[in-house]
Ligand binder design. Structure first.
Ligand SMILES: Cc1cc2nc3c(=O)[nH]c(=O)nc-3n(C[C@H](O)[C@H](O)[C@H](O)COP(=O)(O)OP(=O)(O)OC[C@H]3O[C@@H](n4cnc5c(N)ncnc54)[C@H](O)[C@@H]3O)c2cc1C
Length: 497
C-alpha cells in the first residue's frame, strides 16, 4: 500500500487535462485540494495508529494476490466483506464530514467482476480474465478509480440510438486489431480529476440496435483524448482555529474524444444484453455503499444539531431531543437496512457477493427522501448564524474581534472560540457551495429517485401482499399463503462457506 504523499505525487505527475473556470489547471490546484484531501485520508487512515483497531475494516486480504490491500480496492468475497465495506464507508466519511469518494471505483470494480464473468459464460469471451489481470495491478499499486457511468443523455425520453447526436451516450466508434476507440461524454464524475483510473460503464438497459453503446473499460484519467471539465467545491474552514481539512468534492464532465482503449482494458464490447445488467450491478453496489455514507452524513448532521443546541444553551429543550431522535431514526434505519442487504447477499457465479436489491434500494430511497429534512432540522436548531456569520478576517482583526467576542457569546459553558469554531463549521457543512452539492448528491447520487422506485417495485411482489389483504377481507384467493420476503433468510457465516 502507498502513502498519501505518494498518492499526491502520482497526481502531480499526470498529464494536464483538467479544465476549470476557463483554465487548464494542475491536479494540485488549490480548488482541488478539498477533494484530494478526502482521497488522501483513505491512505492516511491505514497508517494512522488511531485507526489501528479498525485495521480489518479498512484493509482486506486480496483474493488475487493474498496481499493486504486497501479495502477500497477489494472485491467482496463474503458477507463479512460487504459488512466491512459498509462499516468502512461510515467510519471514513466521519473523518471528512461527507463523501469519502473512493467508493465509486470500488463499486465499479465489483460490478465489473461479477458481470464480466457472466458475459464470458454466455458468449465464451475472455473479459473476466482481462479484468482480473487489470485489477491485480490496480490492487498491487493501491490505485484510485472513479466511475463514469452517467451519460450526458441528451433528450431524456429518447434512447441512445434515437438521439440526434449518437455521441450523447459514450459509444465505440472504431474497432481495431489491438483495441477500440470510444467517443462521447460522461457527466457528474465524482473525483475524476483526483484519481488515476476512470472506469467507463453503461448507464442503462440497451437494445439490440445499441451494441456500440454497450461498452465497459478502464481508461487512464490523463489519457490522450480525455478532457475533464471540472466543478469543485470545498469547505471554507479556518486553519487559524485548527480545523481539519479543507475537505470537498470535484465533479467532472468527462470528454472522451476518440480515446483508444487496448483490448486488455476492455471488459464489455457490444454485448448489449449485458449493458443493463452491468449498469444495474454498479448502481446496486453503489446504493449499498450509500447505506454506509448516508448514515455517516446523517451522523454528521445529528452531531452538528446537538452542537448547535449546546452552543445556544437549549440542549435540554424537548423539541431538540425530539429532532435528534428523528435524525437518529434516519441514520440507523438506513444503516440497519444496509446490514440486512449484506446479510442477505447472494454469491454470484464469479464468487463475489451481491447485496440484496430491495434492502439496498429501500435504504437509499429513505436517505434521499430525508436529506433536505435533515438540513431543515439543523437550520431550525442552529438559528440564522450559520448564514450570516462574520468572515474569518473579521474574527482575526484586532479592530473587530473584541466586538465579536462580546456579542457572539451564548451558552456560558462554551468558550467564545468554540462558539466561533462550531458556527464556522456548521456554516461550512450546511450553508456553503459544498452543502448544496451534498444535498443534490443526497437525492441523485447512485441514480435518480425514480430509478430507486423502479428497482423497489421490480423486486417486491405486490400481488402477494394484495392476497394477504384479500384473505383478511374474506375474498377467496386461489392457493396457499406465500410471501417471498420471509424467504430472505439471513445467511451470515453460512453464506461465506
Ligand atoms: C453530486 C453528484 C455526484 C455524482 N457522482 C457520480 C459519479 O461519480 N459517477 C456517475 O456515473 N454518476 C454520478 N452521479 C450521477 C447520478 O447518478 C445522476 O445524477 C442520476 O442518475 C440522475 O441522472 P441525471 O443527473 O442525468 O438526471 P436526469 O436523468 O436528467 O433526471 C432528471 C429527471 O428526469 C427524469 N427522467 C430521466 N430520464 C427519463 C425518462 N427517460 N423518462 C422519464 N423521466 C426521466 C428523472 O427520473 C428525474 O426526475 C452523481 C450525481 C450527483 C448529483
Amino acid at each position: 500500500m502507498i502513502t498519501s504523499s505518494e498518492y499526491r505525487k502520482r497526481l502531480s505527475k499526470m498529464r494536464r487535462n483538467v479544465y476549470m473556470n476557463g483554465q487548464l489547471i494542475d491536479r494540485d490546484h488549490p480548488r482541488l485540494e478539498g477533494a484530494v484531501n478526502v482521497l488522501a485520508k483513505t491512505y492516511d487512515m491505514v497508517e494512522d495508529p488511531e485507526f489501528k483497531e479498525f485495521e480489518e475494516i479498512i484493509t482486506a486480504k486480496s483474493h488475487l494476490t493474498g496481499e493486504k490491500i486497501n479495502r477500497f480496492c477489494h472485491v467482496h468475497r463474503s458477507v463479512a466483506d460487504l459488512l466491512a465495506k459498509q462499516r468502512m464507508t461510515r467510519l471514513t466519511c466521519h473523518q471528512v464530514g461527507g463523501c469519502i469518494a473512493r467508493c465509486m471505483g470500488c463499486d465499479a470494480i465489483n460490478a465489473n467482476y461479477v458481470i464480466s464473468y457472466e458475459v464470458d459464460q454466455a458468449f465464451g469471451t475472455e473479459y473476466h480474465k482481462r479484468f482480473v489481470n487489470w485489477l491485480r495491478k490496480f490492487q498491487e499499486n493501491d490505485c484510485t478509480g472513479c466511475a463514469a457511468q452517467t451519460d450526458v443523455k441528451g433528450n431524456r425520453p429518447w434512447r441512445p440510438h434515437e438521439q440526434l447526436d449518437p455521441d450523447l451516450y459514450v459509444r465505440v466508434v472504431e474497432t481495431k486489431s489491438d483495441g477500440i476507440v470510444i467517443r462521447g461524454a460522461k457527466v457528474h464524475n465524482s473525483v475524476a480529476p483526483c484519481v488515476e483510473w476512470i472506469l467507463v460503464l453503461p448507464t442503462r438497459r440497451l437494445t439490440k440496435e445499441e451494441g456500440p453503446w454497450a461498452v465497459s473499460c478502464a481508461v487512464p484519467a490523463a489519457d490522450d483524448g480525455v478532457r475533464l471539465i471540472v466543478s469543485a467545491a470545498a469547505y471554507d474552514t479556518s486553519k487559524e482555529l485548527g480545523m481539519p481539512g479543507p475537505y470537498g468534492s470535484a465533479d467532472s464532465l468527462t470528454i472522451f474524444d476518440d480515446v483508444f482503449v487496448p483490448w486488455e482494458r476492455v471488459f464489455l464490447n457490444g454485448e448489449y444484453e449485458f449493458g443493463g445488467q452491468l449498469a444495474l450491478m454498479f448502481a446496486l453496489y453503489h446504493r449499498h455503499s450509500y447505506t454506509g455514507c448516508k448514515p455517516a452524513m446523517t451522523d454528521v448532521l445529528t452531531g452538528a444539531t446537538a452542537l448547535m443546541a449546546e452552543c445556544n444553551g437549549i440542549e435540554r429543550e424537548p423539541h431538540v431531543r425530539e429532532k435528534l431522535v428523528e435524525l437518529i431514526c434516519t441514520s440507523e434505519l438506513c444503516y440497519g437496512t444496509g446490514v440486512a442487504a449484506a446479510i442477505n447477499a447472494r454469491r454470484s457465479g464469479s464468487g463475489t457477493y451481491v447485496p440484496d436489491v430491495l434492502y439496498c434500494n429501500v435504504s437509499r430511497r429513505h436517505a434521499g427522501l430525508n436529506i433536505y429534512h435533515e438540513f431543515d432540522i439543523l437550520a431550525d436548531i442552529a438559528g440564522g448564524m450559520p448564514a450570516t456569520l462574520p468572515r474569518e478576517a473579521d474574527w482575526l482583526s484586532p479592530e473587530t474581534r473584541p466586538f465579536l467576542e462580546k456579542y457572539m457569546k451564548r451558552n456560558p459553558a462554551v468558550s467564545i472560540e468554540d462558539i466561533h469554531r462550531a458556527f464556522r463549521w456548521v456554516q461550512a457543512i450546511s450553508c456553503s457551495e459544498l452543502a448544496g452539492v451534498m444535498q443534490y448528491a443526497g437525492v441523485h447520487g447512485g441514480g435518480s429517485p425514480r430509478m430507486e422506485q423502479i428497482a423497489i417495485a421490480g423486486s417486491y411482489n405486490v400481488e402477494q401482499v394484495k392476497n394477504i389483504a384479500k384473505r383478511l377481507a374474506g375474498i377467496p384467493v386461489g392457493g396457499k399463503y406465500t410471501f417471498d420476503r420471509l424467504g430472505v433468510t439471513p445467511r451470515g457465516a453460512e453464506a461465506d462457506q
